[in-house]
Design a protein around this ligand. Structure first.
Ligand code: ADP
Ligand code: ZN
Ligand code: ZN
Length: 659
């Protein structure tokens, strides 16, 4: 009689032992159907043992061991185990998350009809530029683990470097994993990869892939059939027995960090995985995360720079428009309006960037001070004039727009502030001859509508685009020559220490939309702080100067990457309960924390009420990652044991990006 040790999808940080006949070491990594409570569950066998800690006769027998797919390999189990320990998340839940839903439920997808492999259209590749050549060679020569930061602006030929590096890996009979952000996974990239590698088996893995295809892709990867996996953060968990290279494109992108459940950073996990498998990893970006840049300049990562654009074109001219000196018209300066008029006259496209959707952020009554608060959140409801609603952007609660103040009856109530819809209306009035197109999560609410909008832009069916960050990334609009930035200043002085980093990346990206081809580009930034170092660095296209200045500030303040953080959050119907839980949690941590760890006081979160749940958080920080990890391991056990009201929920976020 043997024992199988099974990881189950339950919120308990332990494994479950079952009796099993005729099992062998080779069954590790197979799925097992087992009794659990009054029902049945499917789990993964992570160990086979001769004996259990519990008396064998007390153990229930496993119902079945599923051997209909190859067992998950040891390195995959080790990766899940690392994530479980590092992110303080039960192993069974990590594994359940990493497996496609179909396989998790014990089903197998029907095999794919094999479409006859196309003949490679032998296209001639461009000769690499010297810096590209050096990058490809360095990656190729790494001969094992090495982390590279490939730093280069959009259009500098990073993707070409990835493709060449992947080519070399495929030629050596190995697999490549390419991670891309959620939003940038455009069909264009998939197409570019499949055109480059027409005979390769390419597996796409992102939220748009249906269940059956996702499971098939996973099995292709597991069996070693897949040559390239191209996907979003989740694909970092793809089993790849012949893995030879990992690429993380736009490595700074926030979508690599999951904000719920297993709060992992796919970029960080990818680096760990590369190390584990002794293969090179390339992190690419025009605006690397400061953590990554810090590693690159301190020598832990190797810095590969592409200083020149691959296709000869000058970077856009960036100018600040000082808005302290003039009265704006609908939030826009004369300089911006003139520039828009010029583009219209020349038949070129413009983009006005405002990262706030809706018509106005709030509706207010000047007579009594009423404002359109959300009843469920500590936030205002946003005026959406397009469909005449007041809508909370946090919980979705909505209502019609009242004709009069609900408190005092005053009929003279106003929208305050400005969102994309208001800009759209203003620009439509000011330039009646122009075709104005708004692109935000309201107008592009489904992938289909989004594709239709993109197609309209490409077909030249719009003169002025108004967009949020949705429009900032990865798109190439040939006739776009002007980008106007409105309302960016707020992020300069935000409480979040990462706000400037995000703003810089965002503006660099949105600015890069202009002048991508033969037409020169111009970026106008409306600001009350034209001399701000962030804007200055932007105007000089000098990421490094910005990054070094930011790193100096972070060092002085003891922020990441000069410290490591974890955030314990609690939510309950009453903020008092959340705070009380965190206070008890803090008290439990005190005896566990060594001198290198700082425990801050519990505080209400900035958005302290969300969907009628009140939220608070407790920050833990250390200059030593091992010290922090040691605390978290001991602490998370205590946290589970702490008394709390039934309604209270808590979670730990290791290396949090959002506060
Ligand atoms: P990035 O990924 O940095 O935005 P890409 O690799 O997409 O840059 O390159 C930008 C454009 O330049 C693409 O159209 C690409 O085909 C072209 N390109 C890249 N490298 C070269 C090269 N060495 N010679 C000519 N064109 C190149
Ligand atoms: Zn009123
Ligand atoms: Zn709300």
């Amino acid at each position: 009689m043997s024992i199988v040790r099974v990881a189950l999808d339950v919120p308990l940080p332990r494994l479950f032992d079952y009796q099993a006949d005729e099992v062998a070491e080779s069954d590790i990594g197979c799925r097992a159907r087992v009794p659990f409570g009054s029902g049945r569950k499917l789990g993964l066998i992570v160990a086979v043992a001769a004996a259990s800690d519990q008396p064998t006769e007390k153990l229930k027998p496993a119902d079945a061991i599923l051997r209909d797919m190859p067992p998950l390999p040891a390195d995959w189990l080790a990766l899940c185990d690392f994530c479980s320990r590092y992110y303080q998340h039960p192993l069974g839940q990590v594994m359940a998350f990493a497996l496609p839903p179909l396989l998790r439920r014990g089903k197998l997808p029907r095999p794919r009809k094999v479409s006859g492999g196309g003949t490679p259209a032998a296209k001639s590749l461009p000769a690499l530029l010297p810096e590209q050549q050096a990058a490809v060679q360095a990656i190729h020569a790494s001969g094992g683990f090495a982390a590279f930061l490939l730093h280069g602006v959009t259009g500098s030929g990073k993707t070409e470097v990835y493709l060449r590096a992947i080519d070399a890996v495929l030629a050596a009979g190995k697999q490549a994993l390419m991670l891309v952000p959620e939003i940038a996974l455009t069909p264009q990239l998939e197409q570019r990869v499949s055109e480059r590698f027409p005979t390769a088996c390419i597996v796409a893995a992102h939220s748009g892939v249906p269940d059956a295809a996702r499971a098939r892709g996973f099995l292709d990867a597991l069996a070693g059939r897949a040559d390239i996996v191209l996907g979003t953060r989740l694909s970092v968990f793809m089993p790849l027995p012949r893995l030879g290279l990992i690429v993380v494109d736009e490595e700074h992108d926030a979508s690599f960090k999951q904000q719920e459940g297993l709060r992992y950073s796919a970029r960080d996990v990818a680096v760990l995985r590369a190390k584990q498998l002794d293969v090179p990893i390339v992190l690419g970006s025009a605006t690397p995360a400061l953590e990554t840049f810090h590693h690159a300049i301190s020598g832990r990562y190797r810095l590969l720079e592409l200083r020149h654009r691959a296709v000869a074109e000058a970077p856009p001219v960036v100018r600040m428009v000082d808005t302290r000196k003039e009265k704006l018209q609908d939030g826009m300066s004369a300089a911006l309006l003139d520039a828009l008029a010029t583009r219209l006259a020349r038949g070129e496209q413009s983009l006005v960037f405002l990262n706030r959707r809706g018509y106005a952020p709030v509706l207010a009554c000047p007579a009594c001070g009423w404002i359109s608060r959300c009843q469920r959140c500590a936030a205002n409801r946003v005026v959406h004039l397009a469909d005449k609603r007041l809508r909370c952007h946090h919980c979705g609660l909505e209502a019609g727009i009242p004709r009069a103040c609900p408190d005092c009856g005053n009929q003279d109530i106003h929208p305050f502030g400005r969102g994309t819809q208001r800009l759209e209306a203003a620009l439509g009035e000011r330039f009646p001859q122009a075709r104005v197109l708004r692109i935000d999560r309201d107008s592009a609410s489904t992938p289909k509508r989004w594709q239709a909008l993109l197609a309209a832009i490409h077909a030249g069916e719009a003169d002025i685009l108004i967009g949020t960050q949705m429009l900032a990334k990865g798109h190439d609009f040939p006739r776009l020559t002007l980008v106007g930035v409105v309302g960016a200043d707020a992020a300069l002085f935000a409480a979040d220490f990462r706000a400037p980093e995000r703003l810089f990346a965002q503006l660099m990206q949105v600015g890069g939309r202009s002048g991508r081809h033969d037409l020169p580009g111009e970026v106008l930034i409306q600001t009350e702080h034209p001399a701000h170092p962030l804007y200055r660095a932007l105007a000089e296209h000098d990421y490094a100067a910005f990054a070094r200045a930011q790193l100096d500030e972070r060092r002085a303040a003891g922020f990441p990457p000069f410290s490591f953080q974890a955030l314990l959050s609690a939510e309950a119907p009453e903020i008092g309960d959340a705070l009380a839980y965190l206070a008890a949690a803090r008290a439990a941590a005190v005896p566990l924390a060594d001198a290198q760890v700082s425990l801050y006081d519990p505080v209400p979160m900035r958005l302290f009420r969300l969907k009628n749940r009140e939220r608070a958080q407790l920050l833990v920080e250390s200059t030593s990652r091992p010290a922090l990890q040691a605390l978290l391991a001991a602490w998370s056990e205590r946290l589970r044991a702490l008394k709390a009201p039934r309604e209270l929920r808590w979670h730990l976020d290791v290396d949090p990006l959002e506060f």
